[in-house]
Design a protein around this ligand. Sequence first.
Ligand code: IPE
Ligand code: IPE
Ligand code: MG
Length: 251
Amino acid sequence: MKSSLEQVDLQALPRHIAIVMDGNGRWAKKRHLPRLAGHKAGVEAAQRAVKHCVEKKIEVLTLFAFSSENWRRPSEEVSYLMQLFITALQNEANKLHEQNIQLRVIGDRTRFDEKLCQQIVAVENLTANNTGLKLLLATNYGGQWDMMQAVQHIGRKIESGVLSSHEITIELIQENLSFSDLPDPDLFIRTSGEQRISNFILWQLAYTELYFTEVLWPDFNANELDKAFVFFTERERRFGFTSEQLGVNKK
Ligand code: IPE
Ligand code: IPE
Ligand code: MG
């Protein structure tokens, strides 16, 4: 059994990692701090994760920053989270660009004000041709929303007569989802001990390896990410085949 990342074949690292950054509130509560302090510390943990993924030459990192259901939180917390998002975009844009990172924001932008939408487009345009890590920030994102907007897109094509319902295939649905040009997540990570998806990526998680850790998101660091990588490399991904078909020599 592989016990450290040094023994792991780097080729076997996940191409796409998707993280539910959970536990900011509990992290703050443990320290008798307001929840907002947990979110602030969470941004730093996100920066560490990005840095480590760049170092490990990971292709895609998707971070769940704000779910379509997080609007249900107290308005003060929602405003703070939105402000953190805006500040991070402002402060990080040039740094991300210098590191050759391509930033994309995935999710429903219709609830964002015009200024924020423009800011998102500006950062996306600035970094669009970068060839390093693709960093996807899932903000006002929901896996159900993603499927709905794909169905709406396909529905419009049927209405306009360019497509018939018989032509709807799995591939066509996939093509209409967010980040359809990128590989599906190989590794899903959720911190804070919760073992649920909470309406994060749904369709594209069909064959993703799921990793759960008790560590609260603000405490998550490179070492914890390496543990997830070790877990990942120990999985045998079968995609419906048998082990024998895959020709794997099991110990
Ligand atoms: C995750 O931490 C951050 C967001 C959902 C934006 P939480 O705020 O959910 O932290 P807990 O789950 O209350 O500890
Ligand atoms: C999921 O965490 C959303 C993000 C991390 C952005 P939540 O804390 O909102 O999930 P639930 O409500 O506990 O399922
Ligand atoms: Mg939570």
